[in-house]
Design a protein around this ligand. Structure first.
Ligand SMILES: Cc1ncc(COP(=O)(O)O)c(C=O)c1O
Length: 367
């Protein structure tokens, strides 16, 4: 008979909810027995990775017996030059996800509160749960816009951090520069603001801020970004955070020495300077967003105008059935029920052909 083990995990770990990722292409291929599957579920770059980054990875494979640079010296220097910060103000991570965990481990004590817009990216709550901290969700306002008043009203003596995701996943809405200014001016000085601008490169509105200027002005802000979206490097896992060195220094104490592998460091440095790939990705996304809007308009569907590389679509009570129907046709999108929005799906902006296939399948399902 198998022995029952009596090892208890930390209480906080028992509460952790598993992350629910977009279904991978291979899984749908296996389940449906079809080879052509379109994935519009994880806000990936439809153009693929920067070709220059792929080339750089290929030529560095012979060095895989070496440990990666624990300081990520070259990548931090490249980021420092690109964004005009000092290397000491930068930390790189195994994706922005790791940085969210590291920030949580560095700053949150059990019982602390974090304020998180709702709906938003689930990893903020994960980080809080991991530390036994409490997530205070603040619903977004009309049209899923930010309300600074609502965020401020959620502040209590236990508030340790506020997350702002801009553009916000899964709504695509953003916080304007003047809203962020107002929030930072009003928040008590001991509250950390984590400004997640993973989708910053896709923004086309003038009154947006990527948050960097507020770090320069001395506010307690950490800006998060990723190489998974515009740079097309989601599979290799690399992201970065920028903030005043006194904040970054503490996070560095928590990170594992070799958290970002050598291929990721090499790829990120090259992708950062591949402006051609970045520009092409940006324009394909802007055109794709318009293509989706136009198609959705023809289908008389409501959507939220997005500053990111995905669009939130209102389908009413049929949303789950439409999601399942799209899946059966080999098109993977995200059902927004997982974010408490049972009447919505979120579709990533694909290339022209992918968007067209999605709109056609949607039309067939709604007919
Ligand atoms: C808002 C937001 N932040 C962070 C991440 C995580 O990025 P990474 O792939 O670098 O872990 C994502 C990924 O989807 C995201 O949507």
């Amino acid at each position: 008979m198998e022995k029952t083990l009596k090892i208890a995990s930390r209480k906080a770990v028992e509460k952790l909810k598993p992350y629910s990722p977009g279904k991978p292409i291979w899984e749908v291929q296996r389940e449906l027995g079809i080879s052509h599957v379109i994935k519009l579920a994880s806000n990936e770059n439809p153009l693929g990775p920067s070709p220059k980054a792929v080339e750089a990875i290929s030529s560095s494979l012979g060095e895989l017996h070496r440990y990666p640079d624990a300081q990520a010296y070259t990548l931090k220097q490249a980021l420092a030059d690109a964004y005009r910060f000092a290397p000491e103000e930068i930390i790189v991570g195994n994706g922005a996800d790791e940085l969210i965990t590291l920030i949580s481990e560095t700053f949150l004590e059990a019982g602390d509160e974090i304020i998180v817009p709702s709906p938003s990216f689930s990893e903020y709550e994960f980080g809080a749960d991991l530390m036994g901290a409490v997530t205070v969700p603040v619903p977004l306002g009309d049209g899923y816009g930010y309300s600074v008043e609502a965020l401020l009203a959620a502040v209590t003596p236990k508030t340790k951090a506020v997350y702002i995701c801009s553009p916000n996943n899964p709504t695509g809405t953003y916080m304007t520069k003047s809203q962020l200014q107002k929030l930072l001016e009003a928040l008590p000085e001991h509250i950390l603001v984590i400004f997640d601008s993973a989708y910053t490169h896709f923004v086309t509105e003038e009154d947006y801020t990527d948050g960097f200027e507020f770090i320069r002005q001395g506010y307690p802000v950490i800006v998060l970004q990723t190489f998974s979206k515009i740079y097309g490097l989601a599979g290799i896992r690399v992201g970065f955070a920028i903030g005043k060195s006194s904040l970054i220094d503490h996070i560095l104490r928590v990170k594992e020495p070799f958290n970002v592998n050598s291929l990721a460091q090499t790829a990120a440095v090259v992708a950062l300077s591949d402006t051609e790939h970045v520009e092409r990705s940006r324009s394909v996304n802007a055109a794709g967003r318009e293509q989706l809007y136009e198609g959705l308009h023809k289908l008389h569907l409501q959507y939220t105008k997005s500053m990111a590389n995905f669009v939130l679509i209102h389908l009413g009570q049929d949303a789950k059935a439409v999601y399942d129907g799209l899946m059966a046709k080999g098109i993977i999108v995200r059902y927004a029920g997982i974010w408490g929005m049972p009447e919505y799906i979120r579709v990533s902006v694909g290339n022209n052909g992918e968007n067209e296939a999605f709109l056609k399948a949607l039309e067939e399902l709604l007919a």
